[in-house]
Design a protein around this ligand. Structure first.
Ligand SMILES: Cc1cc2nc3c(=O)[nH]c(=O)nc-3n(C[C@H](O)[C@H](O)[C@H](O)COP(=O)(O)OP(=O)(O)OC[C@H]3O[C@@H](n4cnc5c(N)ncnc54)[C@H](O)[C@@H]3O)c2cc1C
Length: 399
């Protein structure tokens, strides 16, 4: 049960979405097939949120956060997932900013945080390299000190939306220590620095989400060091704590995808005079996914209740994240099976925010293949399932 104050807040959030989410922005959210919406719409949405004072609800109030209670934040997460606004490229706001708050100098906080909040700066995450992914500590990109600069040489890869970023948060090697985690340094880099070249990597579905970035004698001022030289591993670990999604917003997203699946199945012929929702195999798989989604939702609510009581984060949280990712893959897999041959249609121009092609078949079906492919990748970003299971085995089971 919500208190009267929380109920008023819920109404306020709903009224905001009803007014601010124009049909065009709503379509940008609905047509998001990859990690983020088309960049321009995410940028516009961040500016709208900022104008309302809600640009970064989870930030501390001193830096421009809202100071909401945990219940208000839950309401915000749920209503946001329901309204489905454009998905903002969140690396700056949700990952880099907490690291800057924790490790940055006062000058760095003053320089970077307000610009992230206002949607003026967009950050990419320069962690992975061709030889360093799960085993991040093996990264090789070098930063050699030369006067007041570091000179960067090396390659970053899989850098999401770097083509839109004006800054990149880089992990570089400044020394070779006894442990590989030693000698890593975090640097805040402008992407227009001479010697930096961003090249597109086109993903399986033909989308330009990733990039490879080449650094050749790129000079970065020492004032852009975040934290201490050679102690960037602690900064990276802090940042990665914020990488995983999930929570109440994640469970609403699961239910939205189930609704998409059901609506699509209701339009799709089963070849026997009915639609796919008459198909026993579809119904069996759909029911199983719905029941598991409900179980994850209840368990998430329980975990939230524990946090609200002030208990330590329950060990179930990483398990629920893993299970949610797995569910999303299975929902989108059933989506692809349900649309049959429409899944093979490749029509990115038809699911743009401003489409330049008419969809062949139902519009919902158009999204089946991009969703399917996107959620394969989503389980790798931020730690593969195998790595997360390893962590669970170590941290939860003490193995
Ligand atoms: C959608 C998406 C967005 C991304 N965005 C960014 C970004 O913006 N910036 C960035 O820096 N990186 C980004 N990445 C890269 C991502 O962080 C890496 O892909 C991820 O860390 C895995 O590394 P890898 O691809 O090198 O795979 P590898 O580490 O080579 O793993 C290959 C396989 O081996 C398994 N494996 C590896 N080690 C172990 C082990 N110890 N035990 C058991 N199994 C193991 C893995 O689970 C995986 O199945 C993104 C990736 C994706 C998919």
């Amino acid at each position: 049960m919500l208190s009267d104050t929380d109920h008023d807040f819920l109404e306020e959030v709903r009224a905001f979405y009803a007014e601010a989410l124009t049909p065009e922005l709503a379509r940008a959210g609905r047509m998001t097939t990859w990690t983020y919406s088309e960049f321009e719409y995410g940028r516009r949405w961040q500016k709208i949120l900022h104008g309302r004072g809600w640009g970064a609800p989870h930030w501390p109030a001193e830096h421009g956060g809202t100071g909401w209670t945990p219940v208000q934040r839950m309401i915000w997460d749920v209503e946001t997932a329901r309204a489905s606004p454009p998905a903002i490229m969140r690396i700056g706001r949700d990952l880099c900013a907490p690291a800057i708050m924790a490790f940055g100098t006062d000058e760095q906080k003053r320089e970077f945080l307000p610009r992230i909040l206002a949607g003026e700066d967009w950050w990419a995450q320069g962690f992975s390299e061709p030889g360093a992914g799960s085993d991040l500590a093996s990264l090789q990109m070098s930063a050699r000190r030369d006067g007041d600069d570091y000179v960067l040489n090396g390659t970053k890869i899989w850098t999401t939306y770097a083509q839109h970023a004006n800054r990149i948060f880089c992990l570089v090697r400044t020394a070779t220590g006894a442990r590989r985690q030693e000698g890593i340094t975090a640097l805040l880099v402008d992407t227009d620095t001479p010697g930096i070249e961003v090249r597109p990597l086109i993903n399986l579905a033909g989308g330009h989400e990733f990039n490879e970035i080449f650094f050749t004698d790129a000079r970065v001022p020492v004032s852009r060091l975040l934290g201490q030289e050679n102690e960037g591993w602690a900064v990276a670990r802090h940042l990665l704590k914020y990488e995983h999604g999930g929570g109440h917003g994640g469970t609403v997203e699961l239910r939205r995808k189930l609704a998409w699946l059901w609506d699509m199945a209701a339009l799709q012929s089963d070849g026997l005079g009915g639609t796919m929702i008459d198909d026993p195999d579809f119904l069996r798989r759909f029911s199983e996914l719905s029941i598991t989604t409900s179980a994850v939702t209840f368990a998430t609510t329980q975990a939230f209740a524990a946090l609200k009581r002030g208990d330590p984060p329950p060990p179930s949280i990483p398990l629920l994240r893993l299970r949610s990712r797995d569910l999303m893959q299975r929902i989108t897999e059933l989506g692809l099976d349900t649309v049959g041959h429409y899944g093979a249609v490749y029509q990115p121009d038809a699911y743009k925010v401003v489409p330049t092609a008419e969809p062949i078949g139902p519009e919902e079906a158009l999204l089946a293949m991009p969703y399917y492919l996107s959620y394969r990748g989503a389980s790798i970003a931020g730690g593969t399932p195998e790595i997360q299971r390893n962590n669970l085995a170590r941290n939860l089971l003490g193995l």
